[in-house]
Design a protein around this ligand. Sequence first.
Ligand SMILES: Cc1ncc(COP(=O)(O)O)c(C=O)c1O
Length: 453
Amino acid sequence: MTTAATTRPTMPPCGHVPKPYAGPAKSEVLATRRQYTNPAIFTIYREPLMLVEGHRQYLFDETGRRYLDLFAGIVTVSCGHAHPKVTKRVQEQAALLSHTTTIYLHPHFGEFAKRLAAKMPPGLDVTYFVNAGSEANDLAIQMARLYTGHNDVIALRNGYHGGSPAAMALTSHHTWKYPTQLNSGVHHAVCPDPYRSPFAGTPSQIASQSAEDIRETIRYSTPGKIAAFITEPLQGVGGVTYGAPNYLKEAYAIVRAHGGLCIADEVQSGFGRTGNHYWGFQNFGVVPDIVTMAKGIGNGYALAAVTTRREIAEKLTQRIHFNTYGGNPVSMAAGLAVLEVIDEERLQENSRVVGGRLKTGLQELASRHRLIGDVRGMGLMLGVELVRDRDTKDPAREETAEVLEQLRELGVLVGKGGLFGNVLRIKPPMCVTAADVDFALEALDVVLGRVEG
Ligand SMILES: Cc1ncc(COP(=O)(O)O)c(C=O)c1O
């Protein structure tokens, strides 16, 4: 009889045959990278993984070995790798015209903004396109400051909003911050996630106490009026953390009572990933004043956006504001195709159904594996927090790294996050199937069994 520790789960079949790889050897690729690129740019496995081809939810290395991708290029490949429709539209546009900038007209620019507005709550219908999530958040904060006339911004502990100096100031993990002067006026309120909250009580009581912490932060650290409150509806890098359903409603009311705008950073949680809704904030019954987007909006092409109400956007017109690549016709073509594919292939519904199946499976694993301290998330944005002891919640950091390594050996790629790097982040392309997640669960079962010893 085979035991979990000796089983090698079988990946579901895939008809795609990768092209033979004819590029430089992996050792050469690694050596060149090490010599000529900034050493701060890191890889995640002990033996770096080289990926040369993709097909929907699968990736192929230089030997043709296939992997099930449950991390989607860090929550970015929303529709699937090398999606034929997205690829075709990008190729067609690149062959016609790659770039002119927004000082000239191009039909894709307004059209994509219009289609994005149709996905938003009424009133959120004016968009500024940029190239990355950090830039989108910088611009959102700028607009909020201009609109309100206030400077202070509240973000949440354990949040991640990017790596530019302004976005790094919003980010709240010491691991992602440099000891240099960042943007001033940013304060961090308590994260409402009940698993590691400093407050006690039910998740809903913890949510209320966390919302009250925003009021306290405003009282003690600001002039009493703020420009904005920025949150990821579900924290991504932080390890899929979020408050009980009452949190954002209570938080938004407190922020608005102090003159602030509410910014939803949908860089990870948008575009149907959470399953029940198109936007992460809709899971909590709130309507933000500004929404920032990146990653999944372009299925891997450099594209990001800030959508808000006209009266807020108009404040930018007092000076010249320009972004060279923002609104680029090729990225707009990608974005338009992505919106269509998400609807045509019912990827939000797939996130709900397949994500639900995966979460149930993870909860079942939690009943058998002591390393699992918490399973959380919605749709295809799931987190599994690993701890050495369920009472002390001692983060199982090394064990998490080992789980990642061993999953890779079995052909499954996941991410990790959280302040202590002890949360498995599972956020696949939204076309992942039930058979894929069953395979991933089997693989995780085997690996957890081995790591637990
Ligand atoms: C929630 C969130 N906001 C902003 C960013 C920054 O995006 P970018 O890396 O495109 O600048 C990220 C990146 O991981 C993110 O997860």
